[in-house]
Design a protein around this ligand. Sequence first.
Ligand code: PMP
Length: 466
Amino acid sequence: AALEKLDAADAAGDGTTERAARHLVQPWPTAGQIGAEARTYIAYGDGIYITGAGGERLIDGPAGMWCVNVGHRRAELADAMRDQAMELSYNTPWYTMNEPSVALSERLAAHAPGDLNHVFYTTGGSSAVETALRFMQFYNNVRGRQEKKTILSRQGAYHGSTYLSGSLNGRPRDRDWMDGADGMVVKLSSPNPFRRPAGMSVEAFSDFLVEEFRETVARIGAERIGAFVAEPIQASGGVIVPPDDYLPRIAQICRDNDILYISDEVVTAFGRVGEVFASLDVFGVEPDMITFAKGVTSGYFPLGGVMMSDRLFETLRRSNHPDAMFAHGLTYSSHPVGCAVALKNLDLLEGGILDHARSVGPYFQQRLRTLEELPLVGEVRGLGLMACIECVADRDSMNPLKLDNEVGRRIDRHCQELGLLVRPLINMCVMSPPLVISREQVDDMVAILREGISRTMDDLRREGLW
Ligand code: PMP
């Protein structure tokens, strides 16, 4: 029966969906639909657009997965990939090295804040976070602080799908059915001003979060806490922009207590909020490590990495254990093709796309906020070219909708009919288009969203759900 339903949903009419159901395991399946879930089939991408099997063109609202920053079908990136593959397609990073990874490290170090002058390359974001955490453990082992390993994370966080990075995830549905290294991780509140306690000012909310952090450090003991890991903006948690002074205040407590601050910039780096790295330039913090992925190659090649500070390296070099080995490395660390793509991607960003993102970002935010006129919309929030529309049952109480599993999807379905792919997140819709989006294309996006949300409101009323 599931397969029959899939046939009906098969827009291509060529059995692609059924073929996928037979053999392809898609990420994030539910048990009831595992191996049998129809997903929108994408055949082509060009600029901010993607095209389905039937030729219908959609604006790529989430830029793939926050990652196609320079847009689809950039010949420069395809050429860089091909040229590098023809020159040197692979070399083992265990005991050889290549030029693109060295050149990229120089470029990234020049952009990174403070003394974050060193890069360890991975295959994506999860492996970057995993690397940063294992490096923290190694660092403390070498320093003789074997007890200093607890990791502080937050509700609403997303840091990856490997075992330890996934243990940091703070959205309930990411953890409900999954095991994790729970004894190693402590979760703090999400810095979500929209969901702050009723009657509390944003300033008081920030004080509350800082106090919670202080208390947690006092309760566990700084000598047992190795790292604090935070997305500057919680992305998959619903584009949560924290109160202005919150991150710098937490960073200071980390510094005072020898807790490594790991800034997870897998989403925010490479222009999403206008800068190559946002930690210092946008959020005022100088972390000990920055993890990145996605936008570093605009999604054209799986690559991620960790920026690490001089200070960490000097401490290790001066330690009593010069022979202790950081026994961690991936076959594809420092991949020459990935690094060559990243170098060209950085050329494109520096060659005008960052400037464009800085100028179109505020327009995007301002236009999207006009959707707050719609009674289903509780809040539109975001920064730069990342935003979230959160729907509520009732504007006065800001209660989430009872039917919360469906509202984002309902809006997405209508928007897809109108020419826009949206990323539904329970009762929210996330938007993070390619950075090359023009003002006219922003207007198109907002017009489609307005109509898609209006149609959703009509449906909900008709079905007596709202
Ligand atoms: N950190 C953050 C903030 C992310 O958003 C993601 C992916 N969405 C990851 C880590 C994991 O990255 P990847 O999927 O490339 O492993």
